[in-house]
Design a protein around this ligand. Sequence first.
Ligand SMILES: [Zn+2]
Length: 114
Amino acid sequence: MSDDPADLTRAIHPGRDDPHTAHIVDGNAVVGVLQDLLAGDLSMLIVECGGCHTAAPLAEWRVEADRDAFIVRCRSCTHTLWTLMRGDGGPSLLIAGSCGLRRAPEGGEPSPAG
Ligand SMILES: [Zn+2]
């Protein structure tokens, strides 16, 4: 990165098949897409384990629940995917590294292995 102030608005994403320049914006830029991701039936949200890459609808994952939290674990490798805390200030979510979330394609997702 150089000292050129113009470089503060761009980032280079190397290491891909098509390295390209991305624009640096604030978090407001992701709000609409994030709302689309989390809209509708969350039980059908596809969750992918960052450890073993098993992917399945949220409804099919193993959850350990107690009075303080829900811990969502991979049913294949037991990697912790999320911890959803029930705090006095309201719920909070900790997402483990490399855990993926996506909407199921129209017509449903093929049944996962594992
Ligand atoms: Zn896993």
